[in-house]
Write a protein that binds this ligand. Structure first.
Ligand SMILES: Cc1ncc(COP(=O)(O)O)c(C=O)c1O
Length: 473
């Protein structure tokens, strides 16, 4: 047995019902959980372990793949498979933003297009109308007129929600947190798309959940892997972003949306839908409605953020709960922050009723549509080696780097040129996507996009020139 496994017992029952690869994976998981295989240790090569256990190499490949999907190990082509550190808790990730740099890492829209004038006027209206009441404690479930305005807005995007199931929340991050609090107990299994939004991974981990990754394809989750994981693990929930996903920008096809709902019914799990960008579409498409609009059997908790399409500092969002969860969501919200800001809820209520918001959305689509096209053109010109699926909306482009280029290293080199990008590994629940980066065009002008992508092209050329690579090694 290879040295690393000297304290690990792998007893295979060759006539047993459990497949051999699952037995190997289970023994290794147990050893990792027990601390017998420390973080960062390298597992034996596939060939070595297969020879040692007298099994087929494919059996070991499958065992390692299962461990990777479940976040126990990570692998790098040509280098090996390593034990992943099992997080006791998350620390907030911070990215250094260079002064005067070109910021393709920020997913926050440019403040210049926030409707500040409208909010200034409406804030004053609220203060004149409601005086000190705007500063009192509010109903946990939300300011009733705002909930009515939200009901109308939901109707416009195809969601027929009853008023009692609509909750005003302090942003989508709180929505994810509330869903986790009411659904997830320590040791429960939670499914996430891979790659996915880091803030959601951190929330589920803080609940002690075991997080399993479902690979995301350009038209939605890999249904074969999803079905396999459902059969084996019976998760409590699946956290998804069916429109303009973060970080990939991908949107689910109607077929995959329906398949997901069917599976949720069959395997009795709740879908948590995070809708933060669906309004930001730049190309006509048929399937852009929220999953919740198709949710006839009430299996979806719908979480809506207004941070990207309006202003993040409002800290307002909404959550639509299936009726059985309404009481639990209300209680979790109350014990979380009592209520969202009364002043901002009242102001947003007036804003939505004035319909200024539809004009704002159109302006957002025009501004970001132009930035999106500029980015695609610049990529085609300066970085034709990068692969991507144009998402047709949202704020992100998910770029696959040419073979052999590491995303973390590429981002570090770009940072030297004051171009800030996010490495793909940042979005992975199991340390994959080392060969991807996310480029967001939320906080950059057209000029910066062209200039930044040209610089990215130069960095790629430097990497391909061996002499300039030397000092980095
Ligand atoms: C996918 C996704 N969900 C939720 C959030 C948090 O949004 P909010 O500001 O509404 O809490 C973000 C923020 O970047 C996000 O990207």
């Amino acid at each position: 047995m290879a040295d690393i496994l000297k304290n690990v017992s792998i007893q295979l029952q060759r006539e047993g019902e459990k497949p051999l690869y699952a037995q190997i994976a289970a023994a290794l998981k147990e050893a990792i959980d027990a601390g017998q295989l420390p973080a960062d240790s390298r597992l034996p090569s596939i060939r070595a372990l297969a020879a040692q256990l007298q099994v087929n190499a494919v059996t070991v490949v499958n065992a390692y793949r299962e461990l990777e999907l479940e976040g126990y190990v990570w692998s790098r082509t040509g280098s090996g498979t390593y034990v992943r550190s099992q997080p006791a808790g998350e620390t907030a990730r911070q990215i250094f933003i260079p002064h005067q740099g070109i910021n393709f890492a920020s997913a926050t829209p440019t403040p210049e297009i926030f409707p500040v004038g409208d909010f200034k006027r409406l804030l004053n209206l609220v203060l004149d109308r409601d005086g000190g009441h705007a500063f009192g404690y509010q109903e946990s479930q939300g300011w009733p007129p705002l909930r009515e305005a939200m009901q109308e807005y939901l109707g416009q995007i195809g969601i027929a929600a009853r008023l009692e199931n609509i909750h005003i929340i302090s942003g989508a991050q709180q929505g994810i947190d509330l869903a986790a609090k009411i659904l997830v107990r320590h040791g429960d299994t939670v499914l996430v798309e891979s790659p996915t939004y880091h803030g959601a991974i951190a929330t589920f981990r803080s609940r002690g959940a075991r997080i399993l990754a479902v690979p995301l394809e350009p038209d939605g989750p890999d249904l074969a892997v999803l079905t396999r994981l459902l059969r084996r693990h019976r998760p409590r929930l699946f956290y998804v972003m069916p429109n303009f996903q973060n970080p990939t920008g991908y949107s689910y096809s109607r077929h995959k949306k329906q398949a997901l709902l069917d599976l949720a019914r069959q395997y009795e799990f709740t879908v948590v839908e995070d809708d933060h960008l669906s309004e930001l579409h730049f190309a006509p498409a048929q399937d852009r409605g929220p999953l919740k609009a198709m949710d006839v059997h009430e299996q979806v908790i719908y979480v809506k953020s207004f941070s990207k399409i309006l202003m993040p500092g409002l800290r307002l969002g909404l959550l639509v709960s299936p009726p059985p969860f309404t009481g639990a969501v209300g209680a979790a919200k109350q014990y979380s922050d009592i209520s969202s800001s009364g002043l901002f809820q009242r102001t947003l209520d007036l804003y939505l009723r004035e319909k200024a918001w539809q004009q704002h959305l159109q302006a957002m689509r025009a501004t970001y549509g132009t930035r999106y096209r500029t980015a695609l053109e610049a990529l085609a010109r300066h970085l034709p080696q990068f692969r991507l699926t144009p998402p047709g909306g949202g704020l992100h482009l998910w770029l696959q780097l040419p073979k052999g280029i590491d995303g973390d290293q590429y981002c570090r080199l770009c940072l030297r040129e004051k171009v800030l990008l996010t490495p793909g590994s940042y979005f992975s629940p199991n340390n994959s996507y080392a060969d991807h980066i996310r480029l967001s065009f939320a906080a950059v002008t057209g000029e910066e996009i062209t200039q930044g992508i040209e610089l990215m092209g130069k960095v790629l050329k430097q990497i391909h020139a061996p002499r300039t690579l030397q000092p980095l090694l």
